[in-house]
Design a binder for this molecule. Structure first.
Ligand SMILES: N[C@@H](CCC[C@H](N)C(=O)O)C(=O)O
Length: 262
């Protein structure tokens, strides 16, 4: 069957979006990984499937490039808000609210969680910071913003071999659901960030990674809210106060529309 898809990106973090609200589509890890493959498929960091929702405007399912289905994706949510005009989006990580504000899209994720079993970690342990290290990356802050993140604050981001260290941290047995790995440098009142994403590797930007990093930095009083987080693909403005949901504002870009035989 021929299916229409949209290729979009948020700061270079790219998506293939399939709208299955009117015509159901059976997605599994194998098909998602094939479509995400940049040589054999269409190519993207995450495959996004839109389905009907009973509680929100639509339901968004998120598959990483390796085929794993996950709970949340900040950059894709901004793209879906721009594409569909949806305001309330159901995800496995909670309902996300979105709004188009001029050329940008603002989304409000869930309230961050910090307990060891909410990240989740495999054992009861402090999360702020986690008393562990991997070579020159030590004592990360663990934050769940709908999906699980570790945030390492370093003096010089350019000194860190994130592609070398990322796979071992992502799959460390301490993290039973694997984990997204963020390495951040605070520069005055802003943050520089690179993210090694669970199931997708190093990406040009990670929206939930930017949120988790900003939350960890605000909690540690390294910066104040709102804060600009700059990634290789561009910047997001993140706002958060304790006890509230974290919000993110930034670009969402439609690249092209195509069809594929499924
Ligand atoms: N790129 C995303 C996050 C996608 C999911 C993540 N890799 C995970 O496994 O949790 C974003 O913009 O938030």
């Amino acid at each position: 069957m021929l299916r229409q898809f949209h290729k979009m990106h948020g700061l270079g973090n790219d998506f293939v979006i399939l709208d299955a609200r009117d015509a159901p589509l059976a997605m599994d890890a194998g098909l998602a990984a094939r479509l995400a493959d940049r040589k054999r498929g269409i190519g993207c960091d995450q495959l996004i499937l839109l389905e009907p929702s009973d509680s929100a405007d639509l339901r968004m399912r998120i598959f990483n490039a390796d085929g794993s289905e996950v709970e949340s994706c900040g950059n894709a949510t901004r793209c879906v808000v721009k594409l569909t005009g949806a305001r309330d989006i159901e995800t496995a990580g909670g309902t996300i609210h979105g709004d188009v504000t001029g050329a940008e899209v603002e989304v409000s994720l869930v309230e961050p969680r910090f307990d060891w079993d909410q990240i989740p970690l495999a054992y009861p342990m402090a999360t702020d910071p986690v008393p562990m290290g991997w070579e020159n990356l030590e004592r990360p802050h663990a934050v769940n913003v709908g999906n699980p993140h570790l945030v390492f604050f370093v003096d010089d981001l350019d000194d860190i071999d994130i592609e070398g260290l990322g796979p071992g941290i992502e799959t460390d047995p301490t993290f039973p659901e694997r984990i997204n790995v963020n390495v951040a440098q605070v520069t005055g009142e802003a943050i520089r960030l690179k993210t090694f994403e669970r199931g997708a590797g190093l990406t040009l930007a990670c929206g939930t990674g930017a949120c988790a990093t900003a939350v960890a930095a605000i909690r540690a009083k390294l910066v104040s809210s709102p804060v600009t987080v700059t990634m290789p693909g561009g910047s997001l403005v993140i706002a958060w106060a304790p006890g509230e949901a974290v919000t993110m504002r930034g670009d969402a870009t439609h690249v092209f529309e195509g069809t594929i035989e499924l």
